[in-house]
Write a protein that binds this ligand. Structure first.
Ligand SMILES: [Zn+2]
Length: 111
């Protein structure tokens, strides 16, 4: 089983678009308290533009930066744990609007 699969299982993440790399775990402080940060990435190729609905053909939608969300994990260790999820941003050539990769891990407009 891969590292990503193991971490997904540990944190009950069912979204296969979320990946983790070897240096995923960091310790730090948040709001003055010691905590753990788990770094993940969310990326995929969208089939449609989420704004205008156009089909993604011939790179109509291209990758354009990332946006990081901090998600509190329901993990009961000594220190609180947060998932820092770097979400892919996309730009649509057709409507010229951008949108962020969506995941069931994070509720929309939440961070
Ligand atoms: Zn569009």
């Amino acid at each position: 089983m891969s590292l990503t699969n193991n971490i997904r299982m540990l944190m009950d993440i069912q979204d296969s678009n979320v990946i983790f790399e070897e240096d995923f775990l960091q310790t730090g402080t948040f709001k003055g308290k010691k905590c753990k940060f788990i770094n993940g990435k969310l990326s995929y190729t969208p089939t449609h533009c989420e704004v205008c609905g156009i089909e993604n053909q011939n790179f109509t939608i291209y990758k354009n930066g990332t946006q990081t969300s901090r998600i509190t994990l329901p993990y009961h260790g000594i220190y609180p744990a947060y998932l820092l999820l770097k979400k892919q941003r996309f730009m649509c050539k057709s409507c010229e609007y951008s949108f962020t990769a969506q995941t069931s891990v994070v509720k929309k407009n939440c961070g």
